[in-house]
Write a protein that binds this ligand. Sequence first.
Ligand SMILES: [Zn+2]
Length: 672
Amino acid sequence: MPPRKCRKLAQQKAEVVLQDLVYSNGLTMQGLKRVVEKLKATDGLDDVEGISIKHSIERAASSIMQRISVTDTFEYASDGGKCAFALVSADPNALLVIMVEEAPCVAELYENACREHPPSQERPWSLVVCWDEFTGGNILRVHPNRKKVMSIYFSFLELGNAALTTVYGWHGPLHIRSHELKRIQGGFSAVLRRYLRRQLLGDGSSHGGLATSGVPLTLAGRIVAIFARLAVMSSDGEGHALSCDWRGASGFKPCLHCDNVLKRDSGIAPGEFVEVTCTDVTRFRKRSRGGLLAEHRLLSDAHRARSAGRIRQAEYDRIEKAMSFNFNPHGFLADSELMQYIDFPEIVNLDWCHTILQDGVLAMNCTEFFAASDKWQAFCTYINEGWRWSGALERKVTYIFDSVFKEAGTAKLKCSCSELLSFYAILRHFVETECNDPALEPQRQALISVCEMVDVIQAIKKQKLSCDEGVESLKRLEGETLKLFIKAYPDARLKPKCHWLLHMASQIALFRAVVDQFVVERLHHAAKAASQKLPPQPRFETTLLNATLTRSLTSLKAMPSIRATSLCGKTAHWPNKPGTLLARRLQFEGCEFCVGDVVFSRDRSFCGEIAACCCSDGDKFFIVIELWEFTRHASMHSAVYRPSAILRGVGVADIELAAAWIFLGGHAKVVW
Ligand SMILES: [Zn+2]
């Protein structure tokens, strides 16, 4: 081989090695630079002509970006299309190909899913697309109202519950600053339209489209085409409003699933239509894809008539209001080719966390309960009586009580989904045991009923309850909860979220899974952390994408498997048992167990404090607890146990975390 060709080959090889090093866990860019410098000095690896080490490393890191990034141009609405915004995102299909190629654990995940559910055009997989905004950016450098960022993530239901509940089962190909979304023609709906066209139809993608030609992945040396239909579009109410120019919860028709449900005090005579206060589910008329598209054609005609001056503005406004959608010719609903592949009203997922928890029905019940009962101060005292929480919850619960409640001085709950989820059980326990006033019975029942809904949804998600059984219980509870709420608080302003509650069971039944925004909240953490270091530059989207991809690829490359339950942090060998590892923390399907936490068996017959998290032979996970023996039931959701010094090993799938516990004279009262 001629020496020049030989050197070129060596350089290419060196770049591959460098790229691998860039995505190695525990190596910072600075650290890598030092390593390469040292290697150059000792091994004479100094023939990377004219290119600095820093440049080589940066090039290695950005070469993946170059393979997957795409640029879409959107015109600004205000200046009549004179200026344009160039959005750089990852081609979702190219991203999928790269992830499978680069991270063995992702390849394994897809291999397993393909074996269980071979994808074909006739039996396509189910694509899940989620989107939500987060507040990011460098606080010191970005104008406060420019900090919000909208992100899109995707996964597949076939990957299974374990993957869907961890961030590693998801891919994040697109981030865009919200203030740019407000300026571009068509807003987020236009961005989503381009995104979905690329992912489903393969528009401008050399990797094919999921709904058309399939996306070829190399799995175990074999090429498998992944075919998928769009099966879930998930976001909170505001996210859905942005995605399809829907007027949202405050609109005249405040439900995306129903086309005959009107807002409260609509002024329309009952008959074909009902208001959001209606609890009779048989009266709701399902919105169909045909009906939705017909409405949009009508809106488009009205817009044309208005532009030609054939109707007055007031009349046009009335039509838009009645439809509860704003006309948007750039939005995804206006794309007739794309809409052949999307049954939008069917696959909309109104996120349960936002419907029930954050500003949702549970938060409303709490606020109303304390307003009606005068028990607020008693609850604040009760919570400070020495209750203990699991490690993952401790910080959250303390935070809620230190800042949210005390500052507000009232009982209005303003906390995030995961914060409310972490303390609803102790709230229910307080209501069940400390609020025995018969006059409060309707309010107690209403609050307990919505807590039960949260129990059931969590049980389905953690696979402690089959999907069918869970859906049956939810169907019963949904209507019951709403009726109890109306009975307890006849004067309360019923929000549309109370009506959305009636769709929770049918959504879970359709998807055969609980799809929620908790994982999105966690995905946002990585993007948030990365965005805080970024300057407010025109290339914000590109840099953020690069940073989040590097981060996720670095962790994925170091991971042996995504499906496996994993020990977290430092590990040590069990004395005299070299095959068994010990750790302080263990993750299991989105749930974290930590030394010091209290767990109990499913039948509540015993309980115990975690002494160690263990793994033997690489795949057998168990937890060693200090056993607490059952003494007696204390209430519907609590029991008293007697701590002992006996140690016992328990399977991680057979236990659940306690919500809170308190020591009372040598015994422990445990709440679930
Ligand atoms: Zn509805």
